[in-house]
Write a protein that binds this ligand. Structure first.
Ligand code: HEM
Length: 414
């Protein structure tokens, strides 16, 4: 008999869960650490050890987009889903070895820690330019005016795409997010996402062509030469990897910046403790880890069982979906003392699994970390206070990622 979670205990699609999933996740972690949700048609895994083991378990497949699209290819949105499955199915994050190994190796060649570190000064410049016009007492939308443009600009700089194209890229990514990240039942979403993907693929195909003519030292140039050297990779996989990096490179980091600032606003003593520390300080580093642990963007990482798996007395059958709840693991009392508390001095904050674990560990983690480590000291230096104009009402409608849709703030200059 399956242990069932009923919709009153936890419904990943309910508005109140989206606003604050943590109390219900804590209850599940304590009483039903492995349970079947008839609403999500998935197993929920919420304890830290189980989530981490799940990320390393090769019986749990990351290849979940293709089966989803395949199962619906003869339905009303069949054409759009076929196209999405064909292209998004090439993203490393949705592949198992051996395909994943090739794709990851390709991205690792371009997306090096050196390339990321090289952007440090540019990130600082972007941060300063974004806040330059915020006058004393001004009311701003931190989400729209800061958390959203910063990562988009930075990933564009890193990939070398022209800054004037960023708005298009953002629009296409948002459309793709409707398919990849959102649970909302929007009958149009498959078509919207498929149209955006076609445009994005065409954009990157042309961009790569132009880079081939004038190669330089960009991440993209290294990706092109890595793909040329590796006979196992197809041109479509190269394009798909660029689209993935662009897509993965901003939505999540936007949410880290906004959720992180919200945590600081809600705990003024923590904001005070962070003030005065620069980007390289261990205090800043740890504060960013704690932001990731406490209320990071990644709620859950879905997998598909390839065979029957016994776990804590439950039988997960082959073909069933399994959701590894990163966000629940990050507040597991067994690992983190007083886990519901936001504490930038927590000594094991960096044990969080916000970036996943194992072979799919987030490729962009060094970039996301660097952006936050650079941004917060500049923000806290320039502003003596941030006041929420009204409580946050609108959160992204997603069980995969957690973030606000807007964040109206009044700022006080330092
Ligand atoms: C705070 C920001 C971010 C968070 C919380 C985050 C979270 C994650 C998680 C949880 C995974 C693993 C998914 C799974 O196992 O199913 C992942 C993978 C990935 N992330 Fe991130 N990410 C962030 C920022 C970025 C950035 C800035 C990039 C830029 C390139 C990026 C690129 C990727 C890629 C390419 C993968 C796939 C890796 C693979 O499958 O081998 N991410 N991310």
């Amino acid at each position: 008999m399956k242990t069932i979670v009923d919709a009153n205990e936890f419904d990943a699609n309910a508005l109140e869960t989206i606003r604050d999933p943590y109390p219900a996740l804590a209850r599940l972690r304590a009483s039903k650490p492995i349970c079947w949700s008839p609403v999500s048609k998935a197993w929920y895994v919420t304890r830290y050890d189980d989530v981490r083991d799940g990320f390393r378990d090769d019986r749990l497949s990351a290849d979940r987009i293709r089966p989803f699209c395949e199962a619906r290819k003869d339905g009303p949105d069949g054409d759009a889903l076929r196209l999405l499955g064909e292209h998004i199915g090439l993203w490393a994050v949705f592949n198992d070895p051996p395909r994943h190994t090739y794709l990851r190796r390709l991205m690792n060649r371009g997306f090096t820690s050196r390339a990321v570190e090289h952007q440090r000064a540019a990130i600082g410049d972007v941060v300063r330019s974004l806040v330059a016009d915020w006058e004393e007492g001004a009311e701003i939308d931190f989400h729209q005016e800061f958390a959203y443009p910063l990562p988009t600009t930075v990933i564009a700089l890193l990939l070398g795409v022209p800054i004037e194209d960023v708005d298009h890229l953002k629009r296409w990514s948002d459309a793709l997010a409707q398919f990849v990240l959102t649970s909302k039942i929007n009958p149009e979403k498959y078509r919207i996402a498929a149209d955006a993907l076609v445009e994005m693929n065409a954009y990157f195909t042309n961009f790569l062509k132009s880079r081939r003519k004038n190669p330089g030292e960009l991440v993209t140039d290294r990706l092109i030469s890595a793909a040329d050297e590796d006979e196992d990779l197809t041109p479509d996989e190269l394009v798909a990897s660029c689209v993935l990096m662009l897509f993965a490179g901003h939505e999540t980091t936007t949410q880290l910046l906004a959720n992180g600032l919200l945590a600081l606003i809600e705990t003024p003593e923590q904001m005070t403790a962070l003030r005065g520390h620069d980007a390289g300080s261990p205090v800043t580093h740890n504060a960013v880890e704690e932001m990731l642990r406490y209320d990071g963007p990644s709620l859950t990482s879905p997998r598909l069982a390839l065979e029957d798996i016994e776990l804590r007395g439950e039988t997960i059958s082959a073909g069933e979906r399994v959701w590894l709840w990163n966000s629940a693991a990050n507040r597991d009392l067994e690992i983190f003392a007083d886990p519901e508390k936001f504490d930038i001095a927590r000594d094991n904050a960096d044990q969080h699994v916000q970036f996943g674990y194992g072979i799919h560990f987030c490729l962009g983690a060094p970039l996301a970390r660097l952006e936050a480590q650079v941004a917060f000291p500049i923000l806290l230096d320039a502003f003596a206070g941030f006041e929420l104009v009204k409580p946050i009402q609108d959160w992204t409608d997603s069980y995969v990622s957690r973030g606000m849709l807007d964040m109206p703030l009044k700022v006080r200059r330092a």
